[in-house]
Ligand binder design. Structure first.
Ligand code: GLN
Length: 285
């Protein structure tokens, strides 16, 4: 079978399974199996696949058809232009989360006198912590997660991206591992904690619900339980004028702003590129 035939076959197979990104998924999986990038697949589409490649490709198509996310099948996900390792122990970095990183970058751009010290809580794959460390010169980041397996993935990513000396990994719940340890106040705390309301979990897309870590999704009855617990800890660690950036889901803006005591925080809701509520950005007063 040639590359061209394999792409047509894969696309048709995934389309039958109601997959809205059948064409792209087939290309990404075939590219992974052959080691030829997506442009190369188009240029060399008359090249024949080996029997082993074809078998591997068919296996991946079947798993994809069952809902397994492409990122887990190939073990990679691009975020902020960097190539992150992902496993089922970590939430797959979402393009929407790039707006969180960009908000933090903008803060350092506008506040050059602030110490370049950040905490990323619930770091998962490390996408936020590591991309910030890679993009802000001299930045020191504490990256915390309650999952040891997730931290293992994040550490590999820090190594790959060449920032492991500046990203300090800590195992533990919320900000507890650093609460009494830091000598200096931090400039920014970023948090993409689980924020999906428990009752919404059953209606999530199958790909998310059945394959991504539940621990990274369930945020309690209104989705904001972990943020409620985080707030007093974040308040004590942030310097005056420092930023707390929380990722939220569409429709959670007002609810999330309500849990921020106004005498401690001045907050605003930021939308993502699709125009949906995505962040609450709070300045520590
Ligand atoms: N963005 C994820 C989703 O779409 C949720 C991530 C989270 O809870 N932090 O399901």
């Amino acid at each position: 079978m040639t590359i061209k035939e394999a792409l047509i076959m894969g696309r048709q197979y995934l389309r039958v399974q109601q997959n809205p990104s059948a064409n792209l998924d087939a290309q990404v999986l075939l590219s992974h199996v052959t080691g030829i990038d997506r442009t190369g697949l188009i240029i060399r589409d008359d090249q024949a696949l080996t029997a082993a490649q074809l078998q591997h490709y068919q296996e991946l198509l079947e798993r994809r058809a069952q809902g397994e996310p492409v990122a887990y099948l190939i073990g990679r996900k691009e975020f902020m232009g960097m190539d992150f390792i992902v496993t089922p122990d970590v939430l797959i970095p979402r393009p929407e989360t790039e707006v969180l990183v960009e908000t933090a970058l903008q803060f350092f751009h506008n506040n050059t006198d602030y110490p370049t010290l950040v905490i990323d809580v619930g770091t998962g794959s490390g996408a936020i912590a590591i991309s910030l460390a890679a993009l802000v010169e001299g930045l020191q980041v504490y990256a915390i997660d309650i999952s040891e397996a997730a931290l293992g993935v994040a550490m590999q990513n820090a190594q790959r991206m060449g920032v492991k000396e500046r990203v300090h990994f800590q195992l533990g719940n919320l900000l507890e591992p650093v609460l009494t340890k830091l000598e200096e106040k931090v400039s920014i705390i970023t948090a993409n904690l689980p924020y999906v309301p428990s009752g919404d979990i059953p209606s999530l897309m199958k790909d998310v619900r059945d394959f991504e870590p539940y621990l990274a999704l369930d945020g309690g009855p209104d989705g904001l339980d972990l943020y409620r617990l985080l707030l007093p800890q974040a308040y004590s660690l942030l310097r005056l004028g420092g930023l707390l950036i929380l990722e939220i889901g569409p429709g959670q803006g007002q609810g999330a702003q309500k849990i921020l005591p106004p005498e401690q925080w001045q907050s605003k809701v930021v939308k993502d590129l699709a125009g949906r509520e995505r962040l609450v950005v709070a300045v520590r007063c």
